[in-house]
Write a protein that binds this ligand. Structure first.
Ligand code: ADP
Ligand code: ZN
Length: 746
């Protein structure tokens, strides 16, 4: 048998090897193998079975090892890898490395615990002899003989304070048996996850809307064909319950399930809730949890459980889409509009789009859900490519919260100057304290305020490495760059003109906290952002304190806006809605609308109605007006018209090409030469914008230029484009990166 192997060695090539007789049983397409390459052995994945065309077979080297008796990349994943390499114009090798966790590639084996048990009882005479000749062995024997089950070797040895040699001697005598048992490691041990939290594991009785959606999904699943359904359900409409019913159906029919959630939503609370429900649905199956904070051992265990079919369902962040789930029948993508599904390093894939493709390769159902669907998915549903399912009511007829928009221009006049908190918001907070209800305040920027401004000369401090303004952090009086983390002491006089007239512009979480403490001194306040979350369990602690009512007002970045469900929160304030509207990104409106609707959705989840106060300098903006009534259809219609006029997605695909290097003139020169070549080669098939310097011209001392391609379809041109790129004579000190369907443009 001869196989073609993709070596995981930093290059893209299929190399051929013989498979020795002894390894044949385990070797197949997708197997993880070790093969000789140069003078070392390297890992690789069998990509095909068959001989090379023009290579003397007798000179082929042999596969040295097959790591598992099952494929590390089942056929659907191998197919997916090939599709991704083409679509995202990146090496197959980088994708295979992403798909197979490092823990598996490193060849780590199962963590095993050795167990000891007595298999031959000694009579009194023999025991007496043993006690005399080898007292340690006798002690171990006597201890083990009293136990009902096998004992962990490591524990026994340390407890009796004896060496491993003693146990080995007893094993040699045939008195004691040593066995190995696989150790289960579970991410988020149940006890910690449920600490201070209520875990609802009982299924709800579906309301009529949920029921009709579930019926439609069940029919789709029964059809057993590829399909995509978009579940558009307002916040609090009970989407999770719908997902769980769909998962139940898929599992009962013997299928496997991938459930994707944004990384931030993988709080212990959600995980525990999902897990208890899923394990109730499929009691004989484990539910594997998958996210970036797992230890290698945990990841390996989860991966093995899925690859061997011992587990059939995985809940995880973006990369869980590559979990080796067998007989995949259903993929759920919750909060499908989330930018976090896009990976911003190679391979730059979009988890939702890859999910749709994987479902296609498996003839499975892909269920996308959101209260604010991405316009990409929405257009697909409008065009009939996706099935549109809607939940228009909140469960139990809870009302969507009332949204109050406060015009900060008027507030400035009223309060004679810039202020952080409007009267209305302050009054609302006082009212909550009186009624012992809770409030959440959002501000989408951490730190104290965004930048320093000298009111005399207009100077503003920028990071010398990154050409963006530095952010003032009051707690330690520093200026910090949020891109490269450079920091220095905050100046007391303007570094340019020496004047003492320094002002701090913009708002951050710290400044909001300070302002709130001033106006409601009695309140118990906590701030939650990446600055305060450096300690490992802080996030969990604060959420749990908030849940049990130890905190009145929680202040944070959008990190606390996702999927949280606190019944006693009746006030949500958005301090500065303009921040997300003024980023240089054509999706700025869409992001703002999503932010407002999602944030508002955190209010009024209990029996009491919620109130949402949005502060802005541009109250007339469409994103704000439509969000007041959670009018997704209205917003989508207005925004889609703009997108169509400007040829933006979802009507065109964008490809971003980044050039970076130490020499700005050289960057400009090569970017322009390259753009000319593209123009000549593709003509009207590609619309070019640029090349131009990036909005952030310099990061970490490297200059950056960019070029945009607007195209009708990616697959029609990407192959040609990347070939052309590979043949272009790029200088050594220039790095260039292609990003297909980029998500964060700012
Ligand atoms: P969404 O994800 O759509 O915002 P959730 O799935 O978080 O909504 O559900 C909101 C709340 O309603 C949750 O506390 C959930 O347990 C509850 N819920 C869901 N379905 C029902 C139902 N049929 N009857 C009563 N409560 C429900
Ligand atoms: Zn910097």
């Amino acid at each position: 048998m001869i196989v073609g192997v993709h070596p995981l060695a930093g290059f893209d090539k299929l190399l051929h090897y013989k498979v020795p007789e002894s390894l044949r049983a385990d070797a197949g397409v997708g197997s993880l193998v070790r093969v000789p390459l140069g003078r070392t052995l390297c890992l690789g994945v069998i990509g095909e079975i068959g001989a090379p065309k023009d290579f003397p077979l007798d000179r082929l080297k042999a596969v040295a090892q097959v790591l598992h008796p099952f494929p590390a990349l089942p056929p659907d994943l191998l197919g997916l890898a090939r599709w991704m390499a083409g679509y995202y114009a990146c090496g197959l090798e980088s994708i295979i490395e992403t798909m197979i966790p490092a823990a598996v590639r490193n060849g780590a084996s199962l963590k095993q615990e050795k167990l000891l048990s007595v298999i031959q009882r000694l009579n009194e005479a023999d025991l007496a002899v043993l006690t005399k000749r080898a007292p340690q062995q006798a002690r171990l024997y006597e201890f083990l003989a009293q136990q009902f089950r096998p004992q962990k070797k490591s524990l026994v040895l340390s407890r009796l304070d004896i060496t491993a040699a003693v146990a080995t001697a007893l094993v040699k005598r045939g008195v004691v048996l040593e066995t190995a048992e696989r150790v289960e490691r579970i991410a988020y041990p149940e006890s910690a996850a449920t600490h201070g939290e209520l875990v609802a594991s009982q299924p709800h009785k579906l309301n009529p809307e949920q029921q009709s959606v579930v019926t439609a999904i069940t029919a789709q699943l029964a059809g057993g064909k590829f399909g995509v359904s978009l579940l558009h359900g307002v916040t609090g409409s009970g989407k999770t319950e719908v997902y769980l019913r769909a998962i139940d159906t898929a599992l009962k029919s013997g299928g496997g399930v991938v459930f994707l959630v944004p990384e931030v939503a993988l709080t212990p609370q959600t995980v525990a809730r999902l897990r208890s429900r899923l394990e109730a649905i499929a009691p004989d199956h484990k539910c594997v949890v998958w996210h970036s904070h797992l230890s290698e051992g945990e990841r390996l265990d989860g991966w093995l459980a899925l690859a061997t079919g011992e587990a059939r369902v995985v809940v995880g962040a973006r990369s869980a889409i590559f979990a080796p789930v067998q007989n995949l029948k259903l993929i759920v993508v919750d909060e499908e509009h989330e930018p976090a599904y896009k990976q911003d390093e190679t391979p730059r894939y979009h988890g939702r789009d890859v999910a749709v493709m994987r479902a296609k390769l498996n003839g499975a159902l892909c269920l996308l859900g959101s209260a604010t669907p991405s316009l990409e998915s929405f257009v697909n549903a409008q065009a009939g490519r996706y099935q549109l399912l809607e939940l228009k009511q909140r469960v139990d007829d809870r009302k969507l919260p009332h949204i109050d928009v406060v015009d900060m221009k008027i507030e400035v006049m009223r309060q004679r100057g810039l202020t952080t908190l409007s009267r209305k918001l302050v009054d609302a907070m006082h009212a909550r304290l009186e009624r012992r209800e809770q409030a959440i305040l959002f501000i989408n920027r951490r730190g104290y305020s965004s930048s320093m401004l000298c009111t005399k000369c207009g100077h503003s401090e920028e990071c010398v490495h990154c050409s963006i303004t530095m952010t003032y952090h009051r707690s330690d009086e520093t200026l910090r760059c949020h891109l490269c983390a450079a920091q220095r002491a905050a100046p007391v006089r303007c570094p340019a003109c020496g004047a003492p007239e320094i002002r701090w512009r913009g708002l951050g979480t710290q400044r909001v906290e300070e302002a709130v403490r001033r106006v409601v001194p009695r309140a118990r306040i906590e701030r939650m952002d990446t600055d305060t979350m450096t300690k490992k369990n802080r996030f969990r602690e604060i959420l749990s304190d908030f849940r049990i009512g130890k905190i009145d007002i929680l202040i944070g970045t959008q990190m606390i806006g996702k999927g949280l469900d606190f019944p006693n929160v009746t006030l949500v304030g958005l301090i500065d809605a303009d921040i997300s509207m003024h980023i240089p990104d054509f999706r700025a409106n869409e992001r703002t609308f999503q932010l407002l609707v999602q944030v508002a959705g955190r209010a009024g989840r209990g029996d009491r109605a919620g109130e949402v106060i949005v502060q802005t300098f541009t109250p007339q903006a469409e994103a704000i007006q439509f969000s007041r009534h959670a009018d997704f259809a209205g917003f989508a219609a207005a925004e889609l018209k703009l997108r169509r006029d400007f040829h933006y997605p979802p009507y065109r695909h964008l490809i971003h090409h980044l050039f970076r290097g130490p020499n700005p003139e050289k960057l400009k020169f090569f970017a322009e030469q390259w753009a000319k070549l593209v123009e000549k080669t593709f003509g009207t098939r590609v619309e070019l914008r640029g090349p131009a310097p990036c909005p952030i011209e310099k990061i970490k001392d490297e200059y950056r230029w960019q070029l945009w391609y607007f195209v009708e379809g990616v697959t029609k041109i990407i192959g040609e484009l990347s070939q052309l790129r590979d043949g272009f004579a790029w200088p050594d000190d220039l790095t260039q990166v292609l990003d297909v369907d980029p998500v964060n443009l700012a």
